[in-house]
Design a protein around this ligand. Sequence first.
Ligand SMILES: [Zn+2]
Length: 157
Amino acid sequence: MGLLNLASSASQWRGYDYYKAGKVKSYHKTDDDKYEGQVNGSDGACYQVKIDLAHPRSSQCNCPHAAGKRIVCKHMVALYFHIFPKEAENFYREVIEAAEKAEEEQEQLEFAVIDYVEKMNKVELQQAFLQMLFEGPDWQFERFVRYNLREYDGLFE
Ligand SMILES: [Zn+2]
């Protein structure tokens, strides 16, 4: 698995932000697939980051989150994106595309629900409506009573 895939989605995003904010101060290639760099932290600290693309779990960072552990932190991701800007663009585009797809699916679902409701007859609508009133949240039931059955309004004081 690649370095990016080993990072949590939170670390991917934070790493992308760090990269965009220019927190990678410097880097150099130390070997085939190995890079070393300095990345600024959020607290003004500067971390020593080593990434190994052939063996991503061997990557190192001396931040509190990653020090001594075999995890991929946001500083490693930031360094990776800094060295490979095309990967940063791909990451961003994929995330945006996934969000757009989810939005599209949600919209389709809403249209399907509208379509379904428009085809329901009166009895079906009454049953569905009553079910929502009695099984839905209390505020919904109370609002219905307040608007339509004012003589019972006092029960909710
Ligand atoms: Zn780190």
